[in-house]
Design a binder for this molecule. Sequence first.
Ligand code: HEC
Length: 220
Amino acid sequence: MSSSNDPRLPQAGASDESLLAAHEKMLGKKPDEQAHYKLLPLVLLFVFSGIIFYAGTYLNHFSGNYDPAVFDEHGHSASGNAAPVKLDPIVVGRKSYEQVCSTCHQSTGLGLAGVYPPLAGSEWVTGSEERVISILLHGLKGPIHVKGVAFPGAAAMPVFGQVPGSGYNWSDEKIAAVITYIRQEWGNKAGPVTAEKVAELRKKEGDRAEWSEAELLKLP
Ligand code: HEC
């Protein structure tokens, strides 16, 4: 049977020409004008890369390292160099006091009769800087007199300094802030205490046990 007599060819309606054209298309010799897509113009590739690069640099410059302390929606600085946040020691001190000290000494600073001595009007608080810092750094144990009232020392004042194995491990700044706060709250009128002074005493006193009243009285 010769191919020209094949009855399937006329049925398919395919002429030699159309078959050739179809093959040429498949071989990619001729661009297909019927399909409505083209390669992305190369110039757009450069435009998009440029935009992405710009966005990256912009984000890198103005993100402030995604630090919540840096972000200020009402800020006006366009430089991206945020000024270091200066915290008010009274605000920081009050917060620490309410979180920790008030459990024993109460929010009123009046303490608890016979157990927790008052800080309001206490000569230990408003007097010698060195004594009050020392009490915070290393704690206090045994009987003590506050405002002429004897406390038997049934409970102990915790250690807030960095003492191996125990203590609250508070930083010099945090200790200075809480002391600064109690020295001016509840009608107390004593000056602020600096973190430098706390650091100095921390170094000088080193690793030691809780103070007694007699030992504290020997401090300047
Ligand atoms: C677990 C309870 C407790 C906590 C918490 C506590 N204290 Fe005390 N504090 C005491 C006791 C008890 C004494 C008295 C110790 C003694 O009798 O020897 C004392 C004594 C003191 C004194 C010296 C006496 C006086 O009344 O002036 C100061 C100052 C002081 N505490 C400050 C603080 C500060 C500031 C904090 C928080 C950072 C704090 N305390 C947290 C229990 C506590």
